[in-house]
Write a protein that binds this ligand. Structure first.
Ligand code: GSH
Length: 209
């Protein structure tokens, strides 16, 4: 039995949820909403970052959204493959996955942290927004396919949706037509539409600038 420890607003949890919904993989959702559930979670995974996947059949705990998706692709394979068999294609998928996590989610999380900090730095926010625009530009200039890598959905697309959706909340995609169109295509994917619909009632709680 699979259990996903997650929160409805967490961008990295969205990434893992998209992969689970893609293949209708059965799992139990354990929402981390109370202080008590958080302290129990930290006993399980002291690093304290979600998502975390627990697989009772294999007695395995799998942290890190990308590693969760690789695990699902290896052990709970379904109609959507997240990592292509072709080595070069797989490298491209992993690279795009890293780009979305490190250079979109990274600055996006820095902005949220600054907004929530009592020592908020507007300079740090402006720098993170600039970093977002640089990453958008790099992705836009090489974007020539339906999905992040070619015309087949992969782990990179699971990473792309939360990164672009939350990124665009802080720095709009107006000057990046290919990325904007890609985000709209992603929203139509049933797994992504489902993640978004489930998160929608909570979106008001996203910290405002
Ligand atoms: N590298 C991790 C990042 C996970 C992460 O940053 N999760 C955030 C939520 S989106 C979190 O757990 N924040 C809680 C905290 O930092 O206390 C991954 O890829 O899964």
């Amino acid at each position: 039995m699979l259990t996903l420890y997650a929160h409805p607003l967490s961008s990295y949890c969205w990434k893992a949820l998209i992969a689970l919904y893609e293949n209708d993989t059965p799992f139990e959702l354990h929402l981390l909403e109370s202080a008590e559930s958080w302290s129990k979670f930290k006993e399980l995974w002291p690093i304290g970052k979600m998502p975390l996947l627990a697989d009772s059949d294999r007695n395995a705990l799998i942290p890190e959204a990308s590693i969760i998706i690789e695990y699902l692709d290896a052990h709970y394979r379904g109609r959507t493959r997240f990592i292509p068999d072709d080595t070069e294609r797989a490298r491209e998928v992993r690279l795009k996955d890293r780009l979305f996590d490190l250079y979109l989610q990274g600055p996006m999380q820095r902005i949220t942290n600054e907004i929530l900090s009592p020592e908020r730095s507007n300079t740090a926010i402006a720098q993170a927004k600039e970093n977002l625009r640089t990453a958008y530009g790099a992705l836009e200039s090489s974007f020539d396919s339906r999905f992040a890598v070619g015309d087949t959905f992969s782990m990179a697309d699971c990473a792309a949706f939360p990164a672009l959706f939350y990124g665009a909340m802080r720095t709009p995609l107006d000057d990046f037509p290919k990325l904007s169109a890609y985000l709209e295509r992603l929203k139509k994917r049933p797994s992504i539409a489902r993640v978004y619909k489930e998160a929608e009632p909570y979106l008001n709680y996203t910290p405002k600038e």
